[in-house]
Ligand binder design. Structure first.
Ligand code: NAD
Length: 515
């Protein structure tokens, strides 16, 4: 167990509520219009910081119908003009970066720097989408028939439903929305019930960009509420693409419902990400890479590093270096300067943390750093834990599931094939890393015989992806891809056009059918 410095006192309930209100109003949220019965809690100190009205499942149909109506006009607005709205949205995000980041910290518990990073990611995806609005390219293929042209065109798909998780309360929506809008699709968003102010604030900024340019506000709608509102959205046949980010448990429920109605789904689900540390790894860089990926966001990222698979020649040193760094990490108020580890979301997250540690110990694991709760005296309903390193005798059952908390399991390996097998041995397939100076090892890890994940990194941790690449993972992570590269194709429908300018009617494959 660690000897931590005494943590600072947490901010008062009144202080947090006032900060939340100021930030939401600054983004243009009419709080009075949204006032209701549902209390929103801050993980920073457990205090209520919002009291808002939630939608009901019955409201979903009407919202989707409004979006479908808005689609009829929006699909014909030229894509670069749609991009201009997203450009303005990006400017407003930059202007209100601190306001939105404050809400991310207060509702999701992210430290200020990561909360600002999340908003920066929104700005970045707006930039990307603006460029994309002039690059929604289709291909032209040579026709086998004379006097014919064969080509693909990409058209707006329809209404996109977005269901999002608490831990990226605004960025994930913006990855979907910036791209969906330039692709010609309206969005109906069911954000996490844990982060309603973030959702209202982000959407208020987009509504400003839309209405300033004279577009329909129904192009971007938010439905606050719990899973039942999400379920209604998922089941609504008016949702052409359902993009759901959250736990694998949620994806297991959502996927079949969308498939049943032949809708399109894009699933971004749980991760269980590992780093392989090879004998040649630069251990300074490796330690920093591991600590950020494993302890950052208090272990509450889908890409959080949860397993280290280190060569037997370096496993002791890597474990001790990471444990030493963990003992020093400043845990506390995420909005205070210098804090690197904020709170867990809630009591359930804390219970999952203690439960996983107990299971790991029962499987022979040794807690090398962390393992306990901090700041408990100051705030009963706030759950701060010291990031935890557990040395495991071998990969065991507890390491196969995602515990959304900062627990890092360390196992050893003898040869790289074994390390890759351990990396791939879990049901999830989101992110992975190898730390090595040996190019052949790095190449093997990135090859078809290497990591089976959607994200495969070399000499960098598992988290902190850039928006330019397609983001997502395989297996129980759901297989969806969002954000950059050609992920936009999921938001459009493809038409293959054959245009005959020959004046004859030759059939393909030499078929004759003379009448
Ligand atoms: P969660 O699954 O509890 O909730 C996510 C969202 O789904 C919420 O808005 C919730 O209301 C909604 N929901 C739950 N059940 C539903 C149902 N049956 N139908 C429709 N909607 C439903 O997840 P969480 O605790 O908010 O977030 C943490 C999880 O999200 C982790 O597993 C993490 O790995 C995952 N995540 C994945 C990615 C990714 O890109 N792969 C990104 C962020 C978070």
């Amino acid at each position: 167990m660690s000897t931590q410095p005494r943590p600072a006192v947490l901010p008062s309930a009144e202080d947090l509520a006032a900060r939340a209100e100021r930030a939401a109003r600054a983004c243009g949220v009419d709080l009075d219009a949204h006032r209701g019965e549902r209390e929103g809690r801050s993980p920073v100190n457990g205090a209520t910081i919002s009291t808002l009205a939630w939608s009901e499942a019955a409201d979903v149909r009407e919202a989707v119908a409004r979006a479908q109506e808005a689609f009829r006009t929006w699909r014909s607005v030229p894509a670069p003009a749609r991009g201009a709205v997203v450009k303005r949205f990006g400017e407003l995000l930059a202007e209100h970066k601190d306001d939105l980041a404050t809400l991310v910290s207060l509702e999701a518990g992210k430290i200020t720097s990561e909360a600002r990073g999340e908003v920066q990611e929104m700005i970045d995806i707006c930039d990307f989408a603006v460029g994309l609005s002039r690059q929604l390219y289709g291909r032209t293929m040579p026709s086998e028939r004379p006097g014919h042209r064969l080509m693909e065109t990409w058209h707006p798909l329809g209404v996109v439903g977005v269901v999002s998780a608490f831990n990226f309360p605004v960025a994930v929506w913006s990855w979907n929305t910036a791209v969906a809008l330039v692709c010609g699709d309206p969005v109906v968003w069911k954000p996490s019930e844990k982060t309603p102010l973030c959702a209202l604030a982000a959407n208020a900024l987009l509504l400003r960009a839309l209405t300033e340019a004279g577009h329909d506000a129904a192009l971007s709608q938010v439905l606050l509420g719990g899973p039942e509102v999400g379920e209604a959205l998922v089941a609504d046949a008016g949702i052409a693409l359902l993009s759901a980010t959250g736990s694998t448990r949620m994806g297991r429920q959502v996927g079949p419902v969308v498939a049943e109605r032949f809708g399109r789904s894009l699933l971004e689900l749980g991760g269980n990400n590992a780093a392989v540390v090879a004998p040649s790894a630069d251990l300074d860089l490796t330690t920093r890479g591991i600590v950020f990926a494993a302890a950052g966001t208090a272990g509450q990222r889908c890409t959080t590093m949860r397993r280290v698979i280190a060569h037997t020649s370096v496993v002791d040193e890597v474990t001790e270096r990471v444990a030493a760094a963990y003992r020093q990490l400043p845990v506390g108020d995420p909005t205070a300067e210098g804090t690197l580890v904020g709170p867990l979301l809630d009591r359930r997250s804390y219970e999952a943390f203690t439960d996983a540690i107990a299971k790991a110990q029962a499987a022979g694991g040794e807690v090398v750093a962390g393992g306990g709760r901090e700041l408990a005296d100051e705030a009963e309903d706030a759950y701060y834990v010291r990031p935890t390193v557990i040395r495991m005798p071998s990969q065991s059952e507890v390491m196969h599931s995602e515990t959304f908390a900062p627990i890092l399991y360390v196992v050893s390996y003898d040869d790289l094939a074994e390390a890759i097998e351990l990396n791939n041995a879990v049901p999830q397939g989101l992110s992975s890393s190898i730390f090595t100076q040996d190019q052949a090892e790095a190449e093997l890890f990135c090859s078809p015989e290497g990591s089976d994940c959607g994200i495969v990194n070399v000499n960098i941790g598992t988290s902190g992806a850039e928006i330019g690449g397609a983001f997502g993972g395989e297996k129980e992570t759901g297989g969806g891809r969002e954000s950059g590269s050609d992920a936009w194709r999921a938001y459009m429908r493809r038409a293959t056009n054959t245009i005959n300018f020959s004046g004859e009617l030759p059939l393909a494959q030499g078929v004759t059918f003379d009448v």
